[in-house]
Design a protein around this ligand. Structure first.
Ligand code: IVH
Length: 685
């Protein structure tokens, strides 16, 4: 017989299972709507029968009132730190040290010593170490690392993190099990959180680690619940009343079976050379990951060997952190200059005392706009924190106010364009100030021409930035169409050019005349019309004339074109000067093949559900999704028997496996591009 009590228990088990698949395994079992339905059903049942509410119920993650203060918790087993190595040689020396130590001890103890040593390699996550105490499988206490001996009780906040189970799954767990790991804020969530804070005029966080720390340091768990946090577990602490496997890797797998999240990059490697290869592999992948890492941790896999190696002061001998180059450094702001971009946007650029950060020496950093300069109250002479990750443009993230010298100089916004002296205007509600000089401004003309010639636009080989600058400064060209009228003789006169390179450039210009409509539209540099939008416009309208003549409504019918983009397109083609330049380009001989658009076939994929998975290399995921929707298909995040087809990119994982097990058809990204071609959609690859 079903009683409210058994009903509540069933709903809870179902939700816990959905949660596990969604947050821990990254592989949703059901659509979000179904999860919501079950969640609401449990909430309703608990409201009707308050006596049925349990503290580990999925409805009880967020507390309803703030705490007065944090209490301290003494760790039953101290939370240690790690020693570091900074390069390959130091890693080799670490491994050698361990081998020698183990060989010496082999004579004393009766353990077979394996050579080479097996290590578990894990990304060193750049977040906050936490300890989770499970008693009889129920999360009873969570604490920060603190000084390693004592931390703060953050149970109320930890409970709001969806990837942390309030109750362990399955069975066989020790009566008391302390799980340790790192709480991180994913980069995407961090960016969204900061964007929201900025829009509201609030303080932004310097980096995801600070944001994660700030989120866990809340007395009110409702604030923490609103922050995007995740946790990966990496070890166990105190254990009582039960046994764990004898290898670190197996312990991690066991924790995962009990419902805790593991980092997907964790691997076993044998010998230091393979560890080093893993380091290089992850370092290369660093920018693609959705969370910050600051190195690799290598841990001896066999717990008996760990025991033999023991500890030195506060770090284990059996593990080491291999640190990546720092992504944040301190330096001095020497000056601020203003640059004028293609659309006249005036950007303050910081000139810095050169500093080695993120693997390169940085001497410039963008400051985005004057609002940002004012928000940070940055002054010339200030000591600043500079952040550089991967290919991202270096950024000033913080000013150290207590290091400000008395001589520091405030930065005044320019009233005139630094290049053409036209007035600087700032539209209401816009953060960006712009030069009003338009095509009178040499800076804007230069940027427009550089964009026109760039690889993804007209792809004119050999037309470098310096050459464009000289040609404009000497007034040999003032529009993109003029490029096709310059003579080899005048080009040959430019600095660092000769007859041969001038001839080559003229030939490259000639070759660029055969182009495609998407490239041509992109090359015009219409505001907010990037590559993907240009492609959508071309595929939708088929001809340049149709784009030119389209009204606002027609423009907004194009995928990804909203009112603002439509307005920019309309404005561009309403300016006689632009129409003239476009016409001159056609007059000098630019041409492209027509695109067939068959309107009778507009929604050939109507009623079919597609799923995209894995890494796409030929197009952005949004673009891939946009085309499917344009053709009438539905795009879903999870595979079920109702899925019509799965498009699998590189290293597709569980969704691909599921499709295969359900007999759902699977195509590669290349096959998808061919399919799009059949429907008249051309993808620039
Ligand atoms: S193991 C005794 N594994 O690094 C070993 N730590 O300096 C204790 N960390 O406070 C830590 N990722 O916050 C371990 N995969 C990982 C880690 C990791 C990040 C942090 C952790 C700890 C610090 C040690």
């Amino acid at each position: 017989m079903t009683t409210p009590h058994s009903q509540a228990a069933t709903l809870r088990t179902t939700l816990e299972d959905y949660n596990y698949h969604y947050y821990v395994m990254d592989d949703p079992k059901v659509p979000d709507a179904e999860y919501d339905r079950v969640f609401r059903a449990l909430k309703a049942l608990e409201a009707e029968h308050p006596e049925l509410v349990t503290s580990d119920s999925p409805t009880q993650r967020v507390g309803d009132r703030p705490l007065d203060e944090f209490s301290q918790i003494t760790h039953r087993v101290p939370m240690l730190s790690l020693d570091n190595v900074f390069n390959h040689d130091e890693l080799m020396a670490f491994d050698k040290r361990l081998q020698e130590r183990l060989v010496k001890q082999r004579d004393v103890e009766d353990v077979e010593v394996v050579d080479p040593i097996e290590y578990v390699c894990e990304p060193k996550l750049d977040g906050l170490a936490v300890s989770l105490m499970y008693e009889d499988g129920v999360l009873t206490q969570a604490a920060t690392r603190g000084d390693g001996q004592t931390g703060e009780d953050i149970t109320h906040n930890i409970r709001t993190i969806d990837s942390i189970p309030l109750k362990l799954r399955g069975e066989g767990y020790p009566a008391v099990l302390e799980v340790r790991g790192e709480v991180v804020m994913p980069r995407a969530g961090f960016a969204a959180l900061n964007a929201k804070a900025e829009a509201a005029g609030e303080k932004v966080f310097v980096n995801p680690r600070n944001a994660a720390a700030g989120s866990l340091r809340q007395l009110d768990s409702r604030i923490t619940a609103s922050r995007p946090l995740d946790m990966y577990c990496y070890s166990v602490g105190y254990v009582e009343g039960g046994d764990l496997p004898g290898k670190h890797y197996e312990i991690l797998q066991q924790l995962n079976k009990w419902g805790l999240k593991l980092n997907p990059e964790v691997r076993i490697n044998t010998g230091a050379e393979d560890c080093s290869k893993y380091h290089d592999y992850i370092l290369n992948k660093r920018d693609e990951l959705d969370y910050d890492i600051d190195g690799i941790v290598y841990k001896v896999n066999d717990l008996r060997l760990q025991d033999m190696l023991g500890f030195v002061s506060r770090a284990p001998r059996w593990a080491i952190a291999h640190k990546f180059p720092a992504q944040e450094e301190l330096t001095t702001l020497l000056d601020v200059e203003f640059q004028v971009g293609r659309t006249g946007a005036i950007t303050p650029v910081a000139r810095l005392e050169p500093v080695f950060v993120g693997g390169v020496t940085v001497s410039n950093a963008t400051l985005h706009n004057m609002d940002e300069v004012q928000r940070m109250d940055i002054r010339i002479g200030d000591t600043v924190v500079i952040y550089r990750a991967g290919d991202v443009i270096p950024k000033i993230v913080k000013v150290l106010l207590d290091k400000r010298p008395e001589s520091a100089v405030a930065i005044a916004p320019p009233e005139q364009c630094p290049v053409c002296k036209s007035a600087v205007v700032q539209e209401e509600g816009e953060a960006v100030a712009r030069c009003s000089g338009g095509l009178y401004c040499h800076a804007q003309v230069k940027e427009a021409i550089k964009h026109f010639a760039s690889r993804k636009a007209m792809d004119v080989d050999g037309l470098g930035d310096k050459l464009v600058e000289q040609l404009v400064d000497l007034e040999l060209i003032s529009t993109v169409a003029d490029l096709y009228r310059v003579s080899a003789e005048s080009v040959a006169q430019m600095e660092r050019m000769g007859d041969k390179s001038a001839q080559n450039l003229i030939k490259a210009l000639e070759d660029s005349k055969k182009t495609t409509l998407p490239r041509f539209l992109f090359s015009l540099g219409i505001r907010e019309v990037g590559e993907a939008t240009a492609l959508n416009l071309a595929n939708h309208f088929g001809t340049l004339d149709a784009v030119k003549e389209a009204d606002q409504e027609a423009l907004q019918a194009v995928p990804d074109v909203g009112p603002i983009v439509a307005l920019h397109i309309g404005e561009f083609f309403s300016q006689p000067h632009n129409v003239e330049v476009v016409q001159s380009l056609i007059d000098v001989g630019l041409y492209w093949d027509e695109i067939d658009i068959d309107h009778s076939q507009e929604k050939p994929l109507e009623g079919k559900t597609y799923v995209l998975t894995g890494t796409l290399t030929l197009m952005a995921r949004d673009q891939a999704k946009g085309y499917l929707q344009q053709l009438g298909a539905k795009v879903s995040g999870s595979v079920s028997k109702n899925t019509y087809c799965v498009i699998a990119g590189e290293s597709a994982g569980s969704k691909l496996a599921k499709a295969e097990s359900l007999g759902v058809s699977v195509i590669t990204e290349q096959e998808y591009v061919v399919l799009l071609g059949e429907y008249g959609i051309e993808v620039a690859v």
